[in-house]
Design a protein around this ligand. Structure first.
Ligand code: MG
Ligand code: ZN
Length: 222
């Protein structure tokens, strides 16, 4: 006798339901949500620190920060004078739609008082790819110090993103990396993926990515 329970599929099915519910709540509130994935240290929080001061002149911004432990990133982003909820997963290596729903319930301001919501996932190139959160756009931040082959080694993450930000352009003189090869690897797993080379430290290359984000938002509003 054999009993098989496909737990993963069941859980992901439930996650998709909850993600659709989050999306509905966000749409109803008129909030465009962008999730950020990437390895620990790739520069997800630094990207937020770079773009939020410009974006907050036009938009009311909220941020959900996901980390295994500490509210360090939450405090960094809250210092930019935006509404932040820090999710401390206490071990879980990714955010899921249920956690994001909980964060939506516990934002420091009502959801309908926001225009733009960033969701920074736990640093991880593996399982966050499998969990829809209800976001309208997904972004992967890849630091050029991580090596050209990461898109090939973690294809799901790069397949499921809407844009790729290659960060730490300021380190090019010190790192033996071939950015063309890195982009080509991303395009092997995701043909046509928009790629942006930026330095979140100096601000180089950030404008085109903000333009991309604004275009996505404009399409969503139609
Ligand atoms: Mg971070
Ligand atoms: Zn995980």
């Amino acid at each position: 006798m054999l009993q098989t329970i496909r737990i993963r599929e069941k859980l992901l099915g439930k996650n998709d339901e909850l993600a659709a519910h989050n999306r509905e709540r966000l749409d109803t509130a008129g909030v465009f949500a962008v999730s950020l994935c990437g390895s620990p240290g790739s520069g997800k929080t630094t990207l937020l620190e770079r773009v939020i001061p410009a974006l907050r002149l036009k938009f009311r911004i909220g941020v959900i920060e996901g980390d295994v432990e500490t509210d360090r990133d939450g405090r960094r982003v809250a210092a930019l004078d935006v509404a932040v909820t820090q999710l401390v997963t206490g071990g879980a290596c990714h955010l899921d739609a249920k956690m994001v729903g909980l964060a939506l319930d516990n934002l420091p301001v009502p959801l309908h008082d926001l225009d733009l919501l960033f969701i920074e996932n736990v640093g991880n190139l593996v399982c966050p790819a499998a969990y829809a959160l209800g976001e309208n756009a997904r972004v992967v931040v890849l630091s050029l110090t991580e090596g050209e082959d990461k898109p090939l080694k973690y294809p799901a993450m790069f397949r499921k993103t809407d844009s790729l930000v290659i960060n730490k352009l300021d380190l090019v003189p010190y790192v033996p990396v071939d950015l063309q090869e890195m982009e080509a690897a991303a395009h092997v797993v995701h043909p046509g993926l928009p790629v942006f080379r930026v330095s979140c430290t100096t601000g180089e290359g950030i404008e085109p990515w903000i333009d991309w984000l604004m275009e996505r938002r404009a399409c969503w509003k139609k």
